[in-house]
Design a protein around this ligand. Structure first.
Ligand code: TMP
Length: 206
């Protein structure tokens, strides 16, 4: 029996991952294949806790400790997202359902690895997580990302120019050295063109 694919979208906030993930799910549906969009932070208990922290509600009083504790939580949530036996990535792909995740360990490295020391710490926390079947990196200049996010009703803690500039630099480094399957896309292109690029790539090897 064939196995579902584990496909990950990455990019700075505002790069269009959620829209493209839904378009990809619709594409699989049209082809008669089952798929699910499954974000990180996940819909599980640790993911819910992370969402409240990202909205700015937390009791941490030291920024350094806060960043480390967030990194542990993201990693714990990722473990749940992959391995829980109800709707974990591996349970679903075994049932031949494609899992499309917006964010994975690359986001931990990019967002939570500010200094070299932080980066090493986050790498260790994430070193046992397997690479996905495909990572799609939507690359977007930070000024455009911030313009796109202006219309959002609420802001999350990482959505500042300074933070996202560092995050984008990290993504560039991470993906320049990445040795598994990756598709890098200029996220300034139209939604339709980006979707077509993704579909063309997947049809080549799936
Ligand atoms: P979202 O915008 O895709 O919903 O992600 C929520 C925020 O969480 C986003 O600003 C990126 C951040 N994040 C991390 O800092 N580390 C991680 O490991 C993940 C998955 C997300």
């Amino acid at each position: 029996m064939s196995k579902g694919l584990f496909i990950v979208f990455e990019g700075v906030d505002g790069a269009g991952s959620s829209t493209q993930a839904q378009m990809l799910r619709d594409y699989f549906t049209h082809r008669g294949q089952q798929s699910i969009v499954s974000p990180e932070p996940s819909a599980g208990p640790i993911g819910k806790l992370l969402r409240t922290f990202l909205a700015g509600k937390n009791d941490f009083n030291s920024q350094d400790l806060y960043d480390q504790q967030m990194a542990y939580l993201f990693a714990a949530d990722r473990h749940y997202h992959l391995y829980n036996n109800v709707d974990g990535v591996y349970s679903l792909t075994k049932e031949n359902i494609h899992v499309i995740s917006t964010r994975y360990y690359f986001s931990s490295l990019a967002y939570n690895g500010k200094t070299e020391k932080d980066y090493d710490f986050v790498s260790i926390l994430n070193q046992k997580f397997p690479p996905p079947d495909l990572v799609i990196y939507l690359d977007l200049p930070v000024n455009i990302a911030l313009e796109r996010m202006c219309d959002r009703p609420s802001k999350e803690i990482y959505e500042t120019q300074e933070k996202l500039t560092k995050v984008r630099e990290r993504f560039t480094e991470i993906f320049a050295n990445y040795s598994h399957k990756i598709l890098k896309i200029d996220a300034r292109e139209s939604k339709k063109k980006i979707h077509q690029t993704i579909v063309n790539d997947i049809e080549k090897w799936n």
